[in-house]
Design a binder for this molecule. Structure first.
Ligand code: HEM
Length: 167
């Protein structure tokens, strides 16, 4: 099946970071109605983060990776799960709070949402590294690796070409 992870993560990253941005704007510019914009982005972004985790595991379990990818993939995976958990907490917390209670807790809430946004951006950066630095799940890279293996099988003595390609 199609790898939907690169598609779904765009929504999670954009919606959740915009949500945090609008909450900060609402606080700093004293325009409380912007909190509603923040809430809608949080709601959609929280759903997108759940899809990102599901599609991420699908992508992981349906591909073969070279060993150099696993350390980055493991960090990325766990941070992705933490992101989804943090924004689920924020969404439930925010949605169950009444307005007066929100006013009282908004500094703590905003602090947690900023931390969550930083974890989200780190997860996205690691995801980018997986693809653009390590070539994870890139069809062309897979093709090249297959060709290298074929070359190695055909002429195991001449490794100069394969060394260049695997650097
Ligand atoms: C909110 C959670 C997550 C976010 C925001 C996220 C973000 C990203 C991003 C931005 C990329 C690069 C995609 C591209 O540039 O096209 C990526 C790649 C990848 N991520 Fe995630 N990710 C999340 C969760 C996970 C989880 C839980 C896994 C499970 C192991 C995972 C596995 C992967 C894999 C295997 C790739 C390589 C490309 C692919 O196969 O689709 N991700 N991720």
């Amino acid at each position: 099946m199609l790898d939907l992870h690169p598609f779904t993560v765009q929504f999670a990253v954009a919606l959740l970071s915009v949500s945090v941005l609008f909450d900060i704007l609402a606080m700093t510019t004293d325009r409380p109605h912007l909190h509603l914009v923040g809430w809608w982005n949080l709601f959609l972004g929280f759903l997108a983060s759940l899809f990102a985790v599901i599609t991420g595991f699908y992508a992981k379990n349906n591909s073969s990776f070279t060993s150099d990818i696993f350390p980055v993939l493991t960090y990325h995976q766990w941070l992705g799960i933490v992101v989804a958990a943090l924004f689920t907490i924020l969404f439930v917390w925010r949605s169950s709070m009444q307005r007066q209670i929100y006013e009282k807790w908004k500094t703590a809430y905003t602090a947690l949402s900023i931390i969550s946004a930083l974890v989200l951006l780190t997860t996205g950066l690691l995801g980018g590294q997986l693809v653009f630095q390590h070539g994870a799940n890139v069809e062309k890279v897979k093709e090249l690796r297959q060709q290298i293996e074929q070359l190695q099988n055909e002429s195991p003595v001449d490794t100069s070409m394969t060394n260049i390609l695997s650097e």
